[in-house]
Design a protein. Structure first.
Length: 491
């Protein structure tokens, strides 16, 4: 089985999805989905160790050697992203049972878990494949599953949110596909490694430059880079709680990985950031996104929307890191992908637990929750400290490396933007904490904690926020190895 792990990580959830639909009741589909998520985490860990031991892994589907056949190619960059996707899924899926029981109609639950498994299939397929067209295929699989999952929210606004995401997501996917088609027209190949070797000969042509523009815009729409983020706040707000947690922690991170893979792995640093002005363009949009989204988050009345706009700002950090076009900047970007998945997953799961108990996530409903739900609110506070970037949390590690990378390039203005955005995050986080702990509610004079089925998975991610904030050997080591591989910098 070991030689086939690269393809099994995609095939297993793909086959499990229709099986989940055929199962009856609420419990059986959940058990299947949870077992699949744990299996995928084990496979991802094995693949990381194999890449560390043997370097880049290649798998030829159907026995057709690349570039003639479809290749699954795994290096440390996509191995790291696979690890974060499976780690979050293995935590969210156990959490989903109680959350979905409250938010999803019983007859829709088999389809709900099937859609979750298809979302996982798409995300892992994007990270596994070495074929540019297959990236589009898996991107559409994950997107279609996401539209369905958002629409399952009980609020009627979930339907309009899903429709808006469908329209904008389709535009983004179309742009991406046009760009890939133009690259194929100029090179005659879709294999990413082959593309990287053939592109320098035609990189000066207007067709390739146009392809770069289409791909960058399409992917930036998928990852919700400001100002292409308009689909994200409503999608995160009105989706079921477990869907919000999984989406916020994984979907945009995988899209950032796609941008990294194309800019660094296919187009190359010299072309993408030297001959083209992508460095300043992406950094400028990232900084504006950090500041504007943080300012908008301060004025939101629903905590889900606060975290949604916070995600737009946090995406800016990752894009700013990759725009530095250096090994240290790319290390910071990859680190932030992993660390932000942990912090946002924990925060949205804590919010889902609060919604399970009080029926909503508006700031007014947080009154007195610090005493009534001490463990849930403590988890929210811990995740918020990581979001701000307090030392001994993963958020601090991300921002520390990003600041170092900016100083290495002499970009003082980026350091100022990072610090300003971090201070703004203190403001919108404090608004929630102040209401929860310092505005008591007469109707909440006794403990109303949520069941362990919601609490334990949430605290598992909180613990990961602290552990990887103290012991950074795994995350920093993998990110540095991935960055050196993509930039060509030798250790």
């Amino acid at each position: 089985m070991s030689p086939h792990l690269q393809v099994l990580i995609v095939v297993i959830p793909l086959l499990a999805a229709p099986l989940a639909v055929m199962l009856r009741g609420e419990r059986a589909p959940w058990i299947l989905a949870t077992l699949v998520s744990w299996t995928l985490l084990a496979i991802a860990l094995l693949l990381v160790t194999q890449v560390q031991a043997h370097g880049t892994l290649s798998y030829a589907l159907g026995g057709w050697a690349a570039p003639w056949g479809i290749e699954y190619r795994l290096d440390m960059a996509n191995a790291l992203v696979q690890l974060l996707v499976t780690l979050v899924a293995a935590t969210v899926f156990p959490y989903a049972r109680l959350s979905a029981r409250r938010e999803i109609d019983p007859e829709n639950q088999p389809g709900f878990y099937a859609a979750l498994l298809l979302l996982l299939t798409g995300l892992l397929g994007i990270t596994a494949t070495g074929d540019a067209f297959n990236v589009f295929v898996f991107l559409e699989i994950s997107s279609l599953a996401t539209y369905t999952l958002i629409a399952l929210g009980r609020d009627r606004r979930a339907l309009t949110s899903a429709f808006r995401y469908l329209i904008m997501g389709t535009v983004g996917a179309t742009f991406f596909l046009i760009g890939v088609g133009l690259l194929y027209a100029m090179t005659g190949t879709l294999n990413m490694q082959d593309l990287a070797e053939r592109l320098p000969a035609v990189a000066h042509t207007r067709t390739v430059i146009t392809a770069v523009a289409f791909i960058v815009v399409g992917v930036c729409l998928k990852l919700a880079l400001f100002p292409l983020h308009l689909w994200l706040p409503n999608a995160y707000t009105y989706a079921p709680s477990s869907v919000s947690a999984l989406m916020a922690a994984t979907s945009t991170k995988v899209a950032v990985y796609v941008l990294i893979r194309f800019l660094y792995g296919i187009f190359g640093v010299d072309f993408a950031f030297g001959q083209l002005p992508l460095s300043l363009v992406l950094a400028g949009l990232a900084v504006v996104g950090m500041l504007v989204a943080s300012a908008v988050a301060i004025n939101q009345g629903d905590v889900k929307r606060v975290l949604a706009y916070s995600s737009v700002a946090q995406i800016g950090y990752a894009v700013a890191g990759l725009s530095l076009a250096s090994a240290l900047g790319l290390t910071a970007a990859l680190l932030h992908l992993f660390n932000h998945a942990l912090m946002k997953g924990a925060l949205f799961m804590a919010l889902g637990a609060i919604a399970w108990r009080v029926g909503g996530t508006s700031i007014e409903q947080f009154k007195g929750l610090g005493r009534a739900m001490p463990w849930t609110l403590a988890a929210f506070v811990a995740g918020s400290l990581s979001l701000i970037g307090v030392p001994l949390t993963v958020g601090f590690i991300s921002k520390w490396y990003l600041v170092l990378a900016a100083l290495e390039q002499g970009w003082w203005w980026l350091v100022v933007a990072i610090l300003t955005s971090s201070l703004m995050s203190v403001v919108y986080v404090w608004r929630v904490i102040e209401v929860a702990y310092f505005q008591p509610s007469e109707s909440r004079d006794r403990t109303q904690e949520v069941p362990l089925g919601l609490l334990l998975p949430t605290w598992a991610l909180v613990a990961a926020n602290v552990y990887f904030g103290i012991d950074t050997r795994l995350t920093v080591g993998l990110a540095e190895q991935a960055a050196r591989s993509l930039t060509g910098v030798q250790p």
